[in-house]
Design a protein around this ligand. Structure first.
Ligand code: FAD
Length: 190
């Protein structure tokens, strides 16, 4: 059983996976790769003067893989609660078990609704429905978190990516029983 299953690998899901995998939490990312980010052109992403959406998404997926997360290109279609976590099945017929789930499904809340996560109307342009989350990113279902557009944050790449990181840090902190920080320092030369 994985520690964490992340549904969606746009900026929110990929960023969450980068943090959870780097923290040593076994992480599977299930992604249908149909997000809005592939259509975007970014000139407002801090530290990156300009980048096209497909490149941003591809770099994010490569980065989460490099840090040890398993990436599955598939659509998560069904989910049920099992002892100690959740069982997820995909359109491609695969199944995964995870103790915790992060919903980073962009404009879609369909999969999370199957889990019973409460929703509410969105407030951002064109975002109809979002998960009802607390300040840390917890949904109404214990063990299920939401991040990014699906959690109602401003629909901008850097904000959804930051929200994915925030939710991951809160989840890691809960698992560790201690506030988590991920700070690397410049390696000494030579
Ligand atoms: C045309 C356009 C231009 C934009 N321009 C800018 C810009 O200039 N600057 C800026 O900051 N922002 C821009 N944005 C917005 C930005 O792309 C989004 O705010 C942000 O990237 C959304 O990230 P996300 O991770 O929440 O969602 P997404 O990137 O949509 O990712 C959601 C992922 O979840 C997956 N998913 C959903 N359901 C399932 C399921 N059941 N199983 C498996 N996977 C699933 C999807 O396939 C997708 O890969 C633009 C958006 C558009 C559409």
């Amino acid at each position: 059983m994985y520690d964490i299953a992340i549904i969606g690998a746009g900026p929110a899901g990929a960023s969450a996976a980068i943090f959870t995998a780097k923290a040593g939490k076994s992480t599977v990312v299930i992604d249908s790769d149909k997000g809005v980010t592939r259509r975007a052109w970014f000139e407002n992403f801090y530290g990156i003067p300009e980048i096209d959406g497909p490149s941003l998404v591809d770099i994010g997926v490569a980065q989460l893989k490099k840090l040890g997360a398993e990436y599955v290109l598939d659509e998560a279609t069904d989910v049920s609660a099992i002892e100690g976590g959740f069982a997820i099945t995909t359109a491609g017929g695969a199944s995964f078990q995870a103790k915790h789930v992060v919903l980073a499904t962009g404009f879609s809340v369909e999969f999370g609704e199957k889990l019973g996560a409460a929703t509410k109307p969105g407030t951002e342009p064109r975002v109809k429905t979002i998960f009802d989350v607390d300040a840390d990113g917890r949904t109404s279902v214990p063990g299920v978190w939401a991040a990014g557009t699906a959690a109602g944050v401003s629909v901008h790449g850097i904000i959804t990516a930051g929200d994915g990181a925030k939710v991951a840090i809160n989840l890691i902190s809960e698992l560790n029983g201690d506030r988590y920080v991920d700070h690397d320092v410049i390696k000494p030369k030579g």
